[in-house]
Write a protein that binds this ligand. Structure first.
Ligand code: GSH
Length: 219
C-alpha cells in the first residue's frame, strides 16, 4: 500500500494529482508544515514537519514523503517519476529515452523554475504585490524566469506535450511547478502556447478532483 505523508496545500498535491490520474489506491497521512504552529513540538500539536516521528522518515523535515513496502522516498518530482513508472500506462515513460527526457525535465523544473516561481507566489501571500518593493521583486523574478519560460514556449511550438506527444507525468510535474507563478495574473501572458498547455493540464478530471479536495481541506 502506498502512503503519502503531507497535505493538499503543499507539494504533496503533485503526488495526489498523479495518484488520481493513475487510480492507484493510497493512504494520505496528514502532516502539515511546522510553520503553521507557534510551537510545533508542543504535545497537543498534530503531526508536522518538525515532529520527531516524521523526521525519522524525512531528515529534511519536508513533505511529501512516499512510503511503500519499506521504500521511503522524498522529493516530490522523484516520487512522481517513481509512481508513474510503477503504474505504467500512458503517463509513464514508454522506453529508456523517454525516461531520460522525463528526468531531464524534472530537473529543469526544479532548478530553473521552482525557486523563482515560488518566490513570486510568496510576494502575493505576503500581499506585497502592489507595494513598490513587491512590484520590483515581481519584475526581477519575471525577468529571471523569462529564460526557462521562453525555452518551454519554444518547445511547445513543435510539441503538443513536453514528452512523447501525450499527457505524461512530465506535463503534470511541470504544470505543478509553474502553478506557483499563476498567483501573478500576467505570469504566462507573454507565452501563449504555455498558457494553452497549462490550461489543458489543469482542466483534466484528475486535477479538478485533486483541487476540489484541496479546497475542502482545512489549512
Ligand atoms: N524539494 C522538495 C521540497 C519539499 C518542501 O519544501 N516541502 C514544503 C511544503 S511544500 C515543506 O515541507 N515545508 C515545511 C518545512 O520546511 O518545515 C520536494 O519537492 O519535495
Amino acid at each position: 500500500m502506498i502512503t503519502i505523508y503531507g497535505n493538499y496545500h503543499s507539494r504533496a498535491s503533485r503526488a495526489l494529482w498523479l495518484l488520481e490520474e493513475l487510480g492507484l489506491p493510497f493512504r494520505l497521512r496528514r502532516v502539515v508544515q511546522a510553520n503553521r504552529f507557534k510551537d510545533p513540538l508542543a504535545p497537543e500539536v498534530p503531526l508536522n514537519t518538525r515532529s520527531p516521528e516524521f523526521r525519522k522518515l524525512s531528515p529534511m523535515g519536508a513533505i511529501p514523503v512516499l512510503e511503500e513496502d519499506g521504500l521511503i522516498l522524498t522529493e516530490s518530482l522523484a516520487i512522481n517519476l517513481h509512481l508513474a513508472r510503477k503504474a505504467g500506462g500512458p503517463l509513464a515513460p514508454a522506453h529508456e529515452r523517454e525516461l531520460s527526457l522525463m528526468e531531464q525535465w524534472a530537473l529543469f523544473a526544479a532548478t530553473w523554475i521552482e525557486t523563482d516561481a515560488l518566490a513570486l507566489s510568496f510576494v502575493y501571500r505576503r500581499k506585497e504585490q502592489d507595494t513598490p518593493e513587491g512590484k520590483a521583486e515581481i519584475a526581477s523574478l519575471l525577468s529571471k524566469l523569462a529564460r526557462p519560460l521562453t525555452a518551454l514556449e519554444t518547445h511547445l511550438e513543435t510539441h503538443s506535450h513536453i514528452v512523447g506527444g501525450r499527457f505524461t507525468v512530465t506535463d503534470l510535474n511541470l504544470a505543478e511547478v509553474l502553478r506557483y507563478g499563476q498567483d501573478h495574473p500576467e505570469f504566462l501572458a507573454p507565452y501563449p502556447r504555455l498558457q494553452s498547455w497549462i490550461k489543458l493540464c489543469q482542466s483534466r478530471k484528475a486535477f479538478r478532483a485533486m483541487w476540489d479536495k484541496r479546497e475542502a481541506e482545512a489549512i
